[in-house]
Write a protein that binds this ligand. Structure first.
Ligand code: FES
Ligand code: FES
Length: 184
């Protein structure tokens, strides 16, 4: 490969060594080199959120992330959330279960990105990361309780052309439950 770079990626708990073009996105590396096609290519321009994955626990748009910059970082894709893909129990992640229960999808194209984003949203709230909605933006030390408006705002980078938004909010609210204590 011209401009080739050796990179070791930690994908869903496994080390994957790849020789990639230095311009290859993480999304293309996942889909085309590792056959992890759960992450979807919607726009390839950072506008739809379909390609969202977790990088060291933070949500990122994999279409805007170069694979070569992910050396030794932990990448979690939708395939890595369910215990069934990696573990012995075959158990879905609670967010996946909630999306099914609340019909949080129709065609499903946006769903892997929605779920990865929703999982990251939960840890942002747990870590007391600042409110996007209130003017009083701040970092709190305590977990934050998310209003529906706050959930919608924090999920606004994930577009759903089927309009499953109300059910997505229902699913996230259920998982969010009473795990957080302080109201924003
Ligand atoms: Fe990455 Fe649309 S495919 S944001
Ligand atoms: Fe079809 Fe969201 S379920 S795009």
């Amino acid at each position: 490969i011209e401009n080739g770079i050796n990179v070791a990626l930690q994908i869903n708990g496994r080390t994957q060594k790849l020789l990639v073009d230095s311009r290859m996105t993480l999304l293309d590396a996942l889909r085309e080199r590792l056959a992890l096609t759960g992450s979807k290519k919607g726009c390839d321009h950072g506008q739809c959120g379909a390609c969202t994955v977790l990088l060291d626990g933070r949500r990122v748009l994999s279409c805007l992330t170069l694979a070569a910059t992910c050396e030794d970082k932990a990448v979690t894709t939708i395939e890595g959330l369910a215990d069934g893909d990696n573990g012995p129990t075959g158990r879905l992640h609670p967010m996946q279960t909630a999306f099914i229960k609340h019909d949080g999808f129709q065609c499903g194209y946006c769903t892997p990105g929605q779920i990865c984003s929703a999982v990251a949203l939960m840890s942002e709230a747990k870590n007391g990361e600042a409110s996007y909605v209130t003017r009083n933006v701040r970092q709190t030390a305590k977990p934050v309780k998310l209003s529906d408006e706050e959930i919608r705002e924090r999920m606004s980078g994930n577009i759903c052309r089927c309009g499953a938004y109300p059910n997505i909010v229902d699913a996230i609210r259920e998982v969010h439950g009473d795990k957080a204590v302080a109201q924003v």
